[in-house]
Design a protein around this ligand. Structure first.
Ligand code: PEP
Length: 256
């Protein structure tokens, strides 16, 4: 079954709205003529940049999807400092990253929190990118597959089978994020195939539709090999998405 790869740039807490506009303009220039039927591209700037990016994407008809890095579960209320999924939907956000390992490790998000967020994102007609991945210690003690399965079962438990097929799952081994160390294409494929089997245990049809990204030090030099793997349907890119040249080369992985 053909699944359109999704390549997502997670800018984390980088770039103010002026810098963000510049990056998107450069990227649009570098990807002129690119066939966006073959690959979908989502950009996940900080919240303060979303309105600016939405405006230029819309005005210049750029083929990028707008994404967010996190959201709250409630529509509105006394949640100081939080951003609601309804607010994101109003800004034409399509994809929301939920359960990134930095949110899990630094802000104490549990699988229950991630499940509520994934469900809230779908309720507002956006798509969650649900992140899972093991630590180095867990990999070295042969627990990676079990840890990832537990995270998946916990994080996907509040969505319907139909939503499951439309979801995006990002396999991001924690030891590969921001470290420059990338999982080998074979190891990444093995875990992504495992993720698809776990999804199949919930709903067979959904497992053929769900897109599974790999994330963790993806660079132009390794994106082609990773993306050619049968169960890898795209990439979640951190550091290399902050540079238009490197991100454009990742998006162009078929030509690499
Ligand atoms: C990420 O932020 O999800 C990520 C994978 O970062 P990096 O590409 O820098 O490892």
């Amino acid at each position: 079954m053909a699944r359109t790869p999704l390549i997502s740039g997670n800018w984390k807490m980088n770039l103010n709205h002026f810098e963000a506009i510049q990056l998107v303009q450069k990227l649009s220039y570098e990807l002129r003529g690119h066939d966006f039927d073959q690959v979908e591209v989502s950009l996940h700037p900080p919240f303060t940049d979303l309105r600016s990016i939405q405006t230029i994407i819309d005005a210049d008809r750029m083929p990028f999807r707008l994404g967010a890095q996190n959201c709250h579960t409630e529509v509105s209320g006394a949640f100081t400092g939080e951003i609601s999924p309804a607010m994101l939907a109003k800004l034409d956000v399509d994809y929301v990253i939920v359960g990134h390992s930095e949110r899990r490790a630094l802000f104490g998000e549990s699988d229950e929190d991630v499940a509520s967020k994934a469900s809230a994102v779908f309720a507002h007609e956006m798509t969650p990118i649900v992140c899972v991945g093991e630590t180095l210690e867990e990999r070295e003690s042969n627990q990676a597959a079990t840890v990832v399965e537990t995270q998946l079962m916990g994080s996907l438990k509040l969505i319907t089978n139909q939503q499951l097929g439309n979801a995006v799952i990002a396999y991001e081994p924690v030891w590969a994020i921001g470290t420059g160390v990338t999982a080998s294409a074979d190891d990444a494929q093995e875990m992504c195939a495992h993720i698809r089997r776990v999804v199949a245990s919930i709903h067979k049809d959904a497992s053929e539709l769900v897109r599974i990204q790999y994330g963790g030090s993806v660079k132009p030099s390794n994106s082609g090999e990773l993306m050619n793997m049968p169960d890898i349907d795209g990439a979640l890119v951190g550091g290399a998405s902050l540079e238009s040249d490197s991100f454009a080369r990742i998006v162009n992985f078929k030509e690499a």
